[in-house]
Write a protein that binds this ligand. Structure first.
Ligand SMILES: [Mn+2]
Length: 290
């Protein structure tokens, strides 16, 4: 064979050829039209796929090989540039039909607002769902410059839909005073600055529950992931984020979907951000899916 698409860099490494053959669907949400600072995360999904061909298919952390699981990389949702509402509606519709078919959705962003329509669809399927949110930013704004459809609002929307007591944020080191006050008063869980230790404390309380995991790459220190729109000094290491993924994977929670967002490759000529992101996706695949 001269051309094996599953190693082409056009799909995540070892992607199965069709959706029917897969339990998990990788899909891209190439949207960056509501960001407050630097755009570019629309190119995140494709660069993560490209970087994936440099990965080993075997994870020594999990003692599992990618050929042991069945996933299909469906490519990117063709979102209409500049139209946040229609983009959100398209993402929600896409996830609706995936969960209808009992597929595990593994999303690649794109700005963090893309997680909002995914959560709406997931919550319809799993009304007992909790959310684990790993990020530098609280994302608890009600609006940004008057605009409620902003990448700084998805976790606030999730609190209002699912109930703040079902939202668990980790690594938060940036936000308005009002966002931190809301976190304290609403009954949501927010761990500032740290990820792995507080996560290990919380996980037993979520045993048996359906959990959606959303990871913003900017939880990492810019030293590890400079390729992101809203880089924030003082973050965790890539080793700690791997530890967090493995802690979730090794826990009794029932992960029902996940995403990795805000990779903006243009700000990282070294490509370390997308190389790290592709490894996180591999570990999410091997750790979260059956
Ligand atoms: Mn963020």
């Amino acid at each position: 064979m001269l051309f094996d698409e599953s190693y082409s860099g056009k799909v995540f490494i070892m992607s199965r050829a069709t959706e029917e053959e897969a339990d998990t669907i990788i899909y891209g949400m190439p949207m960056d039209w509501t960001v407050s600072f630097r755009p570019g995360s629309r190119f995140g999904p494709s660069r993560i796929r490209e970087a994936s061909i440099g990965l080993e298919e075997y994870s020594p952390y999990l003692d599992r090989h990618l050929e042991e699981i069945r996933y299909h990389d469906a490519g990117d949702i063709m979102l209409p540039f500049g139209n946040a509402q229609r983009s959100i509606d398209m993402i929600e519709g896409y996830i609706d039909q995936l969960v209808e078919k009992n597929k595990f959705p593994l999303g690649l962003g794109g700005e963090h607002l893309v997680t909002w329509p995914v959560l709406k669809a997931m919550y319809r399927k799993y009304p007992n769902m909790a959310v684990i949110h790993i990020d530098a930013h609280a994302d608890l704004r009600e609006e940004y410059e008057g605009e409620p459809l902003s990448h700084s609002t998805p976790i606030r929307k999730a609190c209002e839909l699912i109930g703040p007591e079902n939202i668990y944020s980790f690594g938060i080191r940036s936000g308005m005073r009002e966002e931190f006050t809301y976190a304290e008063q609403s009954g949501m869980h927010m761990s500032r600055y740290e990820v792995l230790e507080p996560l290990q404390e919380i996980l037993p309380t979520l045993s048996g529950r359906p959990v959606y995991v959303t990871i913003d790459i900017d939880v990492l220190d810019p030293a590890f992931a400079p390729g992101t729109g809203t880089a924030e000094a003082g973050g965790i290491s890539s080793k700690e984020l791997l530890g967090a993924i493995h802690a979730i994977a090794g826990s009794e929670v029932d992960v029902v979907g996940a995403d990795l967002v805000e990779v903006a490759p243009a700000y990282d000529p070294t490509e370390r951000t997308q190389i790290a992101a592709s490894k996180f996706v591999r570990e999410m695949l091997l750790g979260f899916t059956k």
